[in-house]
Each structure stands twice: as structure tokens, then as C-alpha cells.
Design a binder for this molecule. Structure first.
Ligand SMILES: Cc1cc2nc3c(=O)[nH]c(=O)nc-3n(C[C@H](O)[C@H](O)[C@H](O)COP(=O)(O)O)c2cc1C
Length: 193
């Protein structure tokens, strides 16, 4: 694939998909997706993003309890919904990921600072997750219309993972794709000094 085609696949021609075909997404592709996105940068290589791939009917039904009404039909058709989460205990892996850092001082920073670092870096890694999925031929539907506290209660009660956003993954059916909304121009959002 040429660089131009790859750029189109990831940016210019890529659209947010809300409805999906029945074509399944094999578990091996989800593994490839993680093995691709794991190279995304994060502050001090802390890598706080965690992903729960919801694929089974019982797990989907459980997730549905936490999804906003407007998003329920969208979640219904997606073969995979990734719960993109941040690990509040990400510092436990610093011995492997960033051995020059002191895990104990990280842990002592307090919950607010840990949450900010975990969540901010997860959002960054999550952006790369969308790009990686598109590069692998998948369509994506990010969603923040859900109740994170409910997801945490249903799926992460005994864990340090906390939901950041949901990402439908699959092969878009092409249904109800909205007209591309305008974007702001360079001069409106950028400055060169
Ligand atoms: C963080 C985030 C949250 C979103 N939440 C929802 C949502 O809850 N429901 C929905 O239908 N679309 C949601 N969207 C989709 C956006 O509306 C969509 O990506 C945007 O309008 C750009 O569309 P385009 O990629 O087709 O140009 C969300 C997108 C992002 C990145």
C-alpha cells in the first residue's frame, strides 16, 4: 500500500461507523491490534491503557446496562466493543516498562494525580488504537455516551481498571453514515511563532 493510500485509510476516507455488518472480527486480529498499538507513546512509557474486548452475547448484554439509550442500537450491531480503560495501578509495571523510575514514589502521588496520568495517557493511546484499527482494515465507532461508573461496577469491581471510553470495532455496514462535518481551518486553530 502506498503512503498516500495508508493516509487515506487512516484519515481522509476514514469515517466514524455506528452500524456494522455481521462479518466477525477474529480474536487473532484483536491480538494483532494490541501488538500494533502497544508501540504508541505514553509519558515515561507508563502504558496505562487496558482493553476489555466485549464480544460474547452475555458480556454485551451486561455492557448494555451501562450504555446510553442513543448508543444501544449501535453497540448491538458491533461484533466487538472495546472498553478502553486506564489502570490506576499502572505503576506496578514500572519495573518492566520504566525501570529508571521509582514505583513507590509514583504510587505515593495520591489518587488524583495517578488518575490524571492514567487517564490522559490512555486517551492518547486510545487515539492510536483507532489509527491502528483503521490501518488493519477495521472500522471504528468511539463512544462516550455511557455510564463509566456502571461499567466499572459491572466489569472492574475487583480490579484497578477504570473505563475511559467505548470503541465499537468491526466492518461498517455503511448504514447511517452522516455527512462529513466540517473541520476548522489551519488559521483558526494553529499558530506558528
Ligand atoms: C471521544 C468520542 C466520543 C464519542 N461519543 C459518541 C457517542 O457517544 N455516540 C455517537 O454516536 N458518536 C460518538 N462519537 C463519534 C463522533 O461524533 C464522530 O467521531 C465525529 O462526529 C467525527 O465523525 P467522522 O469521523 O465520521 O468525521 C464520539 C467520538 C469520540 C472521539
Amino acid at each position: 500500500m502506498s503512503n498516500q493510500n495508508l493516509m487515506s485509510l487512516i484519515f481522509e476516507d476514514a469515517r466514524t461507523h455506528r452500524f456494522f455488518s455481521e462479518k466477525p472480527v477474529p480474536g487473532s486480529l484483536l491480538k494483532t491490534l494490541y501488538d500494533t498499538v502497544k508501540f504508541a507513546p505514553s509519558a515515561s512509557n507508563t502504558c496505562p491503557m487496558r482493553i476489555l474486548f466485549v464480544t460474547s452475547d452475555p458480556a454485551k448484554a451486561k455492557l448494555m446496562e451501562a450504555v446510553g439509550d442513543g448508543n444501544k442500537p449501535k453497540v448491538q450491531t458491533a461484533p466487538v466493543i472495546a472498553v478502553v480503560a486506564h489502570d490506576m495501578e499502572f505503576y506496578k509495571h514500572l519495573g518492566t516498562l520504566a525501570p529508571h523510575l521509582d514505583a513507590d514514589s509514583f504510587a505515593a502521588q495520591g489518587e488524583d494525580k495517578l488518575r490524571m496520568q492514567a487517564n490522559n495517557n490512555t486517551w492518547l493511546q486510545g487515539g492510536y488504537l483507532i489509527l491502528a484499527a483503521r490501518a488493519l482494515g477495521l472500522d471504528c465507532g468511539p463512544m462516550s455516551g455511557f455510564n463509566p461508573a456502571k461499567v466499572n461496577e459491572l466489569f472492574f469491581a475487583d480490579s484497578s481498571w477504570r473505563a475511559s471510553f467505548l470503541l465499537s470495532l468491526g466492518y461498517g455496514s455503511g448504514d447511517n453514515i452522516r455527512d462529513r462535518a466540517p473541520r476548522l481551518g489551519f488559521d483558526e486553530v494553529c499558530k506558528i511563532v
